[in-house]
Design a protein around this ligand. Structure first.
Ligand code: FE2
Length: 400
């Protein structure tokens, strides 16, 4: 497994495969109050509140905020009336990820191919044009409330322009400069792009969704873990990592495995109206120590890693790195411990990672901050320590 996913610098060559995905175009969240959520993600995670679509820009159905950092684009959307489908969905599921949208060359072809492959339509191809350019979108359903939108961009809305701060879509306008945006420019958190997006599905349904990503979207299995890899005495889960054909987009799928106590995946499902959904987004940084220092300073709440973890981690990780001829972990070991960061290694190198606590009151969506130094894995060696930390949190919530 040597192909590293890197953030694309250009659209690349137009592919004959309609399901060639250029990038994660954006991740759309349905939230109860987008104006306030935008302030939270900007303040806590250093995003620029770059563009707005609301009543003042000609939008009547919903308000949307485009938050950007590096090559990450989040759209926070809130319905303006109860006629908008997001209104009922928010009532049932709470805030969370609605859409993992992919940039494509031809949205209609991507949609038709996915539907021919067995995908269920969520939205037929829709073209929106104004003086600036054209955006074509079409969506298919995936697990639970989540959809995948294929986004085709032309003219002033082209992907290359968007990456340079161009307007996102019709009805969007650049937000006026704010003290928060200026502060974030001066104090970057260093988040670069979405490394992976993890879905939690019901027990017994993982293989169904693995087959869905293979047959409908042409993804391939990248890694796979079972309850022996990912278990504590109490709870367990199984996970398969699905990756797009070009390995650019990675979507692990978890299902709960039976244990003595409630799995973290089951806790998610219980608080997500019994339906599957996106459990976490992993955001990539080139400097884990800097990013975690800055995020902690801003008040982000991370899982607390037991002190005992650091008594064995360096032997475990460095032994693996030496065995495969790699340099030892170059980050200051004391700082890693002080910041409570997790470290893991495999035959390709190592990674540093840390997980936030849930980002809203329901124990559902959280973020992972990840830095890869060669490893393309997901921190298998950390699962035990991590799950014990997660279970301590579940117990605090009365959900274990
Ligand atoms: Fe992850």
């Amino acid at each position: 497994m040597t192909t590293a996913a890197t953030t694309p610098s250009t659209m690349g060559n137009r592919s004959s495969d309609p399901l060639h995905f250029v990038d994660v175009d954006h991740v759309r969240f349905y939230v109860g109050n987008a104006k306030q959520a935008a302030f939270f993600y900007a303040s806590a995670f250093g995003f620029q509140v770059q563009q707005v679509s609301d009543l003042t820009t000609g939008a009547r159905r919903s308000a949307q905020y485009l938050l950007t950092q590096g090559n990450i684009r989040f759209v926070l959307e809130t319905p303006l009336t109860d006629a908008h489908p997001a209104a009922a969905e928010l009532l049932r599921h709470g805030d969370g990820v609605k859409d993992v949208a992919f940039t494509v060359f031809d949205a209609e072809s991507a949609f038709r191919q996915a539907v021919r492959n067995g995908g269920e339509p969520a939205q037929e191809p829709t073209e929106t044009t104004d003086a600036h350019g054209t955006v074509v979108t079409a969506s298919i359903k995936t697990y639970g409330r989540v959809v995948h939108t294929f986004v085709e961009r032309r003219g002033g809305y082209a992907y290359e322009a968007l990456k340079k701060g161009g307007v996102f879509a019709p009805t969007f306008a650049h937000a006026k400069q704010s003290a928060l945006n200026e502060y974030n420019e001066r104090n970057p958190c260093g988040l670069k792009y979405v490394d992976h997006l993890v879905g939690n599905v019901e027990e017994g349904r993982m293989n169904h969704w693995v087959a869905f990503y293979e047959s409908v979207l042409g993804f391939k299995m990248f890694k796979h873990f079972d309850e022996h890899d990912i278990g504590t005495d109490y709870s367990a889960l199984m996970s398969k990592v699905m990756a797009s054909g070009n390995n650019l987009i990675k979507m692990p799928i978890n299902e709960p495995a039976p244990g003595k106590r409630k799995s973290q995946v089951q806790e998610y499902l219980d608080w997500h109206a019994g339906t599957p959904g996106v459990q976490h987004l992993a955001l990539r940084t080139d400097d884990e120590l800097h990013s975690i220092t800055e995020l902690r300073r801003r008040g982000v709440d991370f899982l607390a890693i037991p002190e005992a973890y650091y008594q064995s981690v360096w032997d475990r990780v460095n032994a693996m790195l030496v065995k495969h001829g790699h340099q030892a972990v170059r980050e200051d070991h004391n700082k890693v411990r002080q910041l409570g960061i997790l470290v893991d290694a495999d035959d390709e190198g190592y990674l540093l990672q840390l997980f936030t606590k849930p980002l809203q009151d329901r124990p559902t969506l959280f973020f992972e901050i990840i830095c890869r130094r060669g490893s393309q894995s997901f921190g298998k060696g950390n699962f035990k320590a991590l799950f014990e930390a997660l279970e301590a949190e579940q117990a605090r919530r009365g959900n274990l």
